[in-house]
Design a binder for this molecule. Sequence first.
Ligand code: BTN
Length: 257
Amino acid sequence: MEINVNNTFFTGKFLLHLPSVDSTNNFAKNHIANSSPIDGTVIFADEQFAGRGQSGNKWQTEAHKNLTFSIIYQTSFLPATAQFLLNKAISLGVWAMLDAYFRLEKNKPIVEVKWPNDIFVNNKKIAGILIENTIAGMNLKHSVIGIGLNVNQCVFADGVNATSMQLVLEKSLDRNQILNDILQHIEKYYLLLKQQRNEVLDKEYLAHLYQKEKWTFYKKEEIVFEGKIIGIDQFGKLILETMTGKESFAFKEIQFL
Ligand code: BTN
C-alpha cells in the first residue's frame, strides 16, 4: 500500500514506511538518539511484532489492517509540568478525526476520550495512545506520540472490549486516507497547544470525557468505590467526587470498572 501525506503543514511530510518493526515508538526513540529528526517525522508500520501499550502492556493488532504509527514532535516549548496538555491535544486530534467519520451515521456513534488518552466508541476501545517524552532541564525536548487505531480489523480476542472503524461503519476503509485525516486533525490541535490556547484544549477535553459527571464504580488498591468524574487537574490527575469528598488520582492509582 502506498502511504503519502499531503494535507498537513509539517506532520508526516517526512515519513518512514516500514513493512515490519518491533514497535514504531522504539524505532522513533532510536531515531532521536542517533540523528536530529525533522519535526513532525512519522514512522508508520504495516506490522508491529512487539507493540507497546500503556503501563507495560502489549499492543497487539492484526498486520496490514490498522494504523500503527509514531509522530516525533519537537516539544521544547512545553514545560515538563504541563506535559498533560500534549496528551489532551493528541487525544482531541484522534477524537476529532473519528467524530468526523461517524457524525453522519444514522445512530450517531458516541466517540469519547477515556482518561488519560484512550479513545472509545460506544463504550469500546478503538484507539490507544502512548506518548514518550525526553526532558531537557525544565522542558520537554522530544515527544514520541505512538498511536494504534483499529481500522479494518473485525475480530478481536475473547474478552477484549474493542471495536474498529469498519465494525462501526460496516465498510472497509482506506488506511492511507485515514492516516492523512488523523494527522491533519492532530496537527490542528498540536498547533493550538503551541499557540498556548490551553483553554480550548481544557474545555474540549472535558466536553468529550468518558464517564464525566456519571456515578459509577472505580477501584484503588483492591478497594471498589463509587465516584463521579468532575474534572482533571493541571497535572492531568483525574478528579472524582466520592462519598467522602473530592479526591484526585494519578494514572495507575485508579482503575475503571
Ligand atoms: C494503549 O492503549 O495502551 C496505548 C497503545 C499504543 C499503541 C501504539 S501502536 C504505535 C506505537 N508503537 C507502539 O509500540 N505503541 C504505539
